[in-house]
Design a protein around this ligand. Structure first.
Ligand code: COI
Length: 354
């Protein structure tokens, strides 16, 4: 449909922004005044509207609830010192969203709805973008199946929604991670590369067990040998071995093609590191640790940004990283923050002005 989508806007009578304590913004807890809602029916996108953020009314029979036909994205908006709003690499998330949609047998969302709708929504709720360090407006586009029938088949009706959440850091302290050897996140041919809701639901038990043992997250390994490293529960992962940054490759379709991962690869190269996207095993990592060549491990993600890792557990072995000696991850984070907040010029065209 639509070259220029017609978005019907209904504004709130009174903003609830004064009810939110911007000095205390846990990740994803508060939502702005408005949301975008688009409906898909009869083989095309029908209405697109921006309306007050509110509860949805849905039948208990909808396909998304029973069979998990549901996908999402995470994007962030920032405000620079002059108060102008920018969104970080939304076109990359838009493309990945539609990759997920195709894998889950869902319709793709046109750019006019995803990007233009998102821009109009942010414009309306711009005041909600926090300006504190490590804070942002987290943008959550998602789509789910709304056919009211419990037969297993692709739905013919969908809702595409964008909600916005002013938010602080996802992880506020350096992380302790445990290598997962029992449960599996993804195998080739599965849905590991898609950002579908079920991937996260399926990760909860393994993560809960790790948390009970004092770890924040797990590092997934492959389904067959539990030795090839994949990604951490909420983020991609990088290993600094000598002057090389190694990150698991996307080739097997078992990990998310993270937008922050891709950004990190570019910036690490600009910092003078060699970057290798390849298979890497836990044995290679432990060996490098003992040889003194494994310098740092860190995670990358939209929510997680650049997350330092201070402890990595594998079997009885604990790899410790002295936070005072880390150089690469802090420098990478610093460079990304400067681009996102407009302190340095955006030479890559990553920031979309609102
Ligand atoms: C993100 O990084 O935006 C994510 O979607 C990860 C997570 C919060 C589930």
């Amino acid at each position: 449909m639509v070259e220029a989508v017609n978005i019907n806007v209904t504004k709130v009578a009174k903003s609830k922004i004064t009810e939110v304590d911007f000095n205390h913004l846990p990740f994803g807890k508060y939502f702005t005044d408005h949301m975008l809602v688009a409906t898909y029916a009869n083989g095309d996108w029908q209405s697109v509207e921006i309306r007050p953020y509110e509860a949805l009314s849905l039948q208990p029979s909808i396909v998304a609830i029973h069979y998990g036909q549901s996908i999402f994205e995470g994007i962030k908006a920032y405000r620079n010192e002059s108060g102008e709003a920018y969104v970080f690499r939304p076109y990359d998330n838009f493309k990945r969203f539609n990759v997920s949609a195709e894998r889950m047998c869902m319709p793709t969302v046109p750019e006019e709805i995803f990007i233009e709708g998102m821009k109009q929504l942010i414009e309306l709720d711009k005041e909600w973008i926090p300006t504190e360090a490590d804070h942002s407006l987290y943008i959550r586009p998602f789509m789910f199946a709304t056919d009211e029938i419990i037969g297993v088949k692709p739905s013919e009706n969908y809702l595409f929604i964008i909600i916005l959440s002013p938010t602080g850091p996802y992880y506020s302290a350096p992380m302790k991670i445990c290598v997962e050897e029992t449960y599996t996140r993804a195998a080739p041919g599965g849905v590991g590369f898609a950002k579908n809701a079920g991937n996260y639901g399926a990760s909860l038990l393994a993560t809960q067990i790790a948390k009970q043992k004092g770890y924040d997250q797990i590092l997934w390994t492959d389904a067959f040998e539990h030795k090839w490293l994949q990604e951490v529960g909420t983020m991609n992962v990088f290993f600094i071995i000598n002057n090389t940054a190694v990150t698991p490759s996307l080739d097997e379709g078992t990990i998310l093609a993270g937008v922050t991962r891709d950004t990190a690869i570019t910036v690490l190269r600009e910092m003078g590191l060699t970057v290798e996207e390849r298979r890497i095993s836990i044995d290679e990592l432990v060996e490098a640790y003992h040889a003194g060549t494994l310098k740092e491990v860190f995670g990358t993600g939209t929510a997680a940004t650049i997350s330092l890792i201070e402890k990595l557990k594998y079997k009885e072995e604990i790899l410790n990283f002295d936070l005072s000696k880390l150089t690469v991850a802090p420098e990478l984070k610093h460079r990304l923050d400067d681009i996102r907040t407009g302190v340095v010029a955006d030479s890559h065209g990553w920031m979309l002005h609102i």
